[in-house]
Every structure is written in C-alpha cells, then in structure tokens.
Ligand binder design. Structure first.
Ligand SMILES: Nc1c(NC[C@H](O)[C@H](O)[C@H](O)CO)[nH]c(=O)[nH]c1=O
Ligand SMILES: CC(=O)[C@@H](O)COP(=O)(O)O
Length: 190
C-alpha cells in the first residue's frame, strides 16, 4: 500500500502500550528544515499525547540526514533512551547525491538496529519533490513523524518485554523484583 492510500497520522490510541516511563531521543537533520520541523512536531505531539513526559524527550540537531547515523549512535550511547527517532528529509536534486545519501542513511540506521540494543526508527523522507515532502510532514498524507513516534513506542515496549522475558528465563527472582518495583508492590524486609 502506498502512502497515498493511508494517512500517516492515523493510529488506534487504545492499541498503544503505556509509554509514560519510556525515554525517547529525537535526532533532527537541519537540511530541508521546514520539513524536518514538521516531522519533529508530529513526533513530539504524538509522544506527548501518549503520556510521555516532556522531560523524557531529548532532542539533538545534526547538519543533514547522513549525520543522523552518528547522532543516533551517540544519542543511544549516552542519553539512557528506550528508542531513538531519526528525522530527515532528502529531496532529489540534479545529481546522484540523493541516491548515496538515501542509501547511506538507510544502511547506517539499519546497522544501528542490528549492532545495538536500542531501536532506531527511520523517519527519513526520500522524496522526488518538496511537495511530496510537504504532503508527508503534516499535509494531505498526514505526518510521518507521528507514524515514527508510534513505532518508537511500540518498539520500546517490545524491547522492554523481551528484556524482562530474558531475565525471567535466566534470573527469575531478579525479574520478579523488577516487576514489583515497577508496580510498587515490592516489600523490603526490615
Ligand atoms: N541534499 C540533502 C542532504 N545532503 C547533505 C548530507 O545529508 C550530509 O549532511 C552532507 O553530505 C555532509 O555529510 N541532506 C539532507 O538531509 N537532505 C538533502 O536533501
Ligand atoms: C540529496 C542531495 O544531496 C541533493 O539534494 C543535492 O542536490 P544536487 O544533487 O543538485 O547537488
């Protein structure tokens, strides 16, 4: 299904996991700033609407989409986040540079998802025209930033559940204590 057949901002709020304890990093490319700011606003508002505290959202800017790779790597290494959203907008110019930037950032973010334990969400528009980018950053096709924020919440939840399951499998008492701390039922002996 192409974007033109779905609205990028649509999601079922009742199907979104509790995100109130998650921390999110958002790395924003400055190239095509009008577009990336629109994508950021979509992502930020979606996180806030899903009970993520403002203090749990860390934003860094990088020069262009190619720098999203390094910026996302340093974000997940240093900011104790549960997911990173990488926001960029690459628009076809006169040369093949578009191809190399798009392929580079795609492969780089894919590599981060393989090589690290923190999900990095690909919120990079790769469009032929500025109008296509406007349409996908709060225009007629919705906002890819919103879509990316929902993906970030879902992937942070998957990571959390997988980590807990692994602990239960290998350290059941520690995992049970972690859950009791999480829900406030842990009773410490005097
Ligand atoms: N043309 C676009 C770029 N190009 C810049 C690169 O992303 C990079 O910053 C530069 O090659 C230095 O390493 N970046 C975008 O995000 N969008 C473009 O349309
Ligand atoms: C994606 C780009 O780097 C591109 O917009 C730069 O434009 P050009 O190919 O005309 O140099």
């Amino acid at each position: 299904m192409a974007t033109e057949n779905k609205n990028l901002s649509d999601y079922d709020k009742s199907a979104i996991p509790d995100a109130s304890n998650f921390r999110f990093g958002i790395v924003v490319a400055e190239w095509n700033e009008v577009i990336t700011e629109g994508l950021f606003n979509g992502a930020y508002q979606a996180l806030i609407e899903n009970e993520v505290p403002q203090a749990n959202i860390v934003r860094w800017n990088v020069p262009g989409s190619f720098e999203l790779i390094y910026g996302s790597k340093k974000m997940l290494q240093t900011q104790n986040v549960d997911a990173v959203i990488a926001i960029g907008c690459v628009i076809q110019g006169q040369t093949k540079h578009f191809d190399f930037v798009c392929e580079g950032v795609t492969q780089g973010i894919k590599d981060l998802n393989i090589q690290t334990d923190i999900p990095v969400i690909f919120c990079v528009l790769t469009d032929n025209t500025m109008q296509q980018s406007l349409d996908r950053s709060g225009g007629v096709h919705g906002n890819k930033g919103t879509e990316a924020a929902i993906a970030a919440i879902k992937m942070a939840y998957i990571r959390q559940q997988a980590t807990l399951q692994h602990q239960f499998n290998h350290q059941p008492k520690l995992a049970a204590a972690a859950l009791q701390i999480e829900d406030g039922t842990l009773k410490l002996e005097e």
